[in-house]
Design a protein around this ligand. Structure first.
Ligand SMILES: NC(=O)c1ccc[n+]([C@@H]2O[C@H](COP(=O)([O-])OP(=O)(O)OC[C@H]3O[C@@H](n4cnc5c(N)ncnc54)[C@H](O)[C@@H]3O)[C@@H](O)[C@H]2O)c1
Length: 252
């Protein structure tokens, strides 16, 4: 088991990718702290993990609120012996507009709050706990759109910002033996797409993307979870400041 004895916090743990990561980490022996703003979702994932014999605890937090992030880490500090791993997965595109003239100040701000500021603040709190122990694994969630995506202006800016922040933090945390890396998936098959777009539009979008990716399919949540596992494990002990594209060869 690659994470035996480790405690891992996963934000966005009730979502498509977060759920897969939580299950994968628990199966590898980690004690998983599931966090999300979706209370029911966390409960379901926690029950699934426990049924499979794994260890999981749920803590509800809205990562767009600094006081809730501070409280989340303070709860962890008082209830767990240590925090070894942080995987920042909570996020999503709140402003998928096609036209630069349609950018809305409020939506843009919320997109940056949800995707970029939340990751920075969670890293700040995690480093506070990890630095004295001189050990830590941080995995941030970027996206392949960090390279640029017409129509996803504030989202791609946030995901690009996560990459820059990841490199900066890796430089600063190296002496403390804390590694900081980022994931950049292309399109992933998660239930939220069908829910938002409807089955027909989602099928067309997924098939279109699969046709453009050299490996001829889109990613599964497990593809992303296993990459997060690698970066969070000691197999990746000498890897820091990197972005791992989980893209089936897209945009090479
Ligand atoms: N699905 C994709 O194609 C894809 C591709 C690249 C990157 N990503 C990134 O992967 C991450 C997970 O996305 P997903 O595809 O699993 O989507 P998802 O919507 O299934 O999961 C997102 C999770 O984040 C939670 N969340 C949203 N706002 C929150 C808040 N304010 N506080 C706490 N939790 C909050 C949601 O409740 C949900 O459980 C996101 O950061 C997303 O940007 C997704």
């Amino acid at each position: 088991m690659r994470l035996a004895g480790k405690t891992a916090l996963i934000t966005g743990a009730a979502g498509g990718i977060g759920r897969a990561a939580a299950q994968c980490f628990a199966a590898e022996g980690a004690s998983v702290i599931l966090s999300d703003c979706n209370h029911t979702g966390i409960f379901e994932v926690r029950e699934d993990i426990k049924k499979g014999g794994g260890q999981a605890t749920g803590i509800v937090a809205d990562v767009t609120k600094e006081d809730e992030i501070v409280q989340l880490f303070s709860d962890i500090e008082s209830s767990f012996p240590a925090l070894d791993i942080l995987v920042n997965i909570a996020g999503g595109d709140l402003e998928p507009v096609a036209d630069i003239e349609l950018i809305d100040y409020e939506r843009m701000s919320k997109n940056l709050d949800l995707n970029l500021k939340s990751s920075i603040l969670c890293c700040r709190e995690a480093c506070r706990l990890m630095k004295p122990r001189r050990y830590g694994r941080i995995v941030n969630m970027s996206s392949l759109v960090y390279r640029g995506s017409p129509g996803q202006f504030s989202y791609s800016a946030a995901k690009g910002g996560i990459f820059s922040f990841t490199r900066s933090l890796a430089l600063a945390m190296g002496p403390y033996r804390i590694t900081v890396n980022a994931l950049a998936p292309a399109l992933v098959d998660v239930p939220v797409f069908e829910k938002v777009l409807g089955p027909e539009r989602w099928k067309t979008m997924a098939e279109d993307a699969a046709g453009r990716y050299p490996l001829q399919r889109i990613a599964t949540p497990d593809d992303v979870a296993k990459s997060a596992l690698f970066l969070a494990s000691d197999d990746a002990a000498f890897i820091t400041g990197q972005i791992l594209e989980i893209s089936g060869g897209a945009r090479l």
